[in-house]
Design a protein around this ligand. Structure first.
Ligand SMILES: [Mg+2]
Length: 177
């Protein structure tokens, strides 16, 4: 599925609701700040893990480390999958920073926000290479899954009560093809 077709197909299942009566700005802002803090922590780790930058052994984040007594192992996973997962979070963090600064009163920066689209695409490309898949395959699987979830268009009930087994079966069928 090409990019333009995907943009059109994805619009069919997008929510057009915005319930500011259910979620106030303070609740959202506090969650954004926490997520941004985690994203900044992951960005420091990413620069050490994938660029070789030395970590500050005395940084306050070091105290947040949990000890797993050797039960977790970085060599269990393909490095590009780790890099892409962390990278997508750090790019999402930049989007969250844009949202937070805008709701705090600064002008929305469309140029910077568009930059994050490209940055996220870069990490997605890394993930596709690691999985030996293409964006077209991912889009086709995604639209098939959403077609099962929303036969006509976005619906609140279907968004909240998902048939995860059915969606998994569709994704597995697409993964094999
Ligand atoms: Mg970026």
């Amino acid at each position: 599925m090409d990019s333009i077709s995907y943009l059109e197909a994805s619009a069919r299942t997008a929510s057009t609701q915005f319930h500011t009566d259910k979620v106030d700005a303070d609740l959202l802002a506090s969650a954004l700040k926490q997520a941004i803090d985690t994203g900044n922590r992951l960005d420091v780790i990413k620069k050490s893990l994938f660029y070789g930058k030395d970590l500050d052994k005395n940084h306050p984040w070091q105290a947040l480390k949990n000890h797993h007594n050797g039960t977790i192992d970085l060599n269990q996973i393909e490095p590009d999958v780790v890099h892409a997962a962390i990278g997508l979070y750090t790019e999402a963090t930049e989007l969250l920073e844009s949202v937070l600064s805008t709701i705090e009163g600064q002008d929305f920066d469309a140029v910077n926000t568009f930059e994050e689209c490209g940055d996220a695409e870069w990490y997605l490309a890394m993930l596709y290479r690691a999985l030996d898949k293409t964006p077209a395959e991912a889009r086709a699987a995604n639209i098939a899954k959403l077609k099962a979830r929303y036969p006509e268009k976005f619906a609140t009930d279907a968004a909240i009560n998902r048939d995860l087994a059915q969606e998994r079966a569709i994704l597995e069928a697409h993964n094999e093809s």
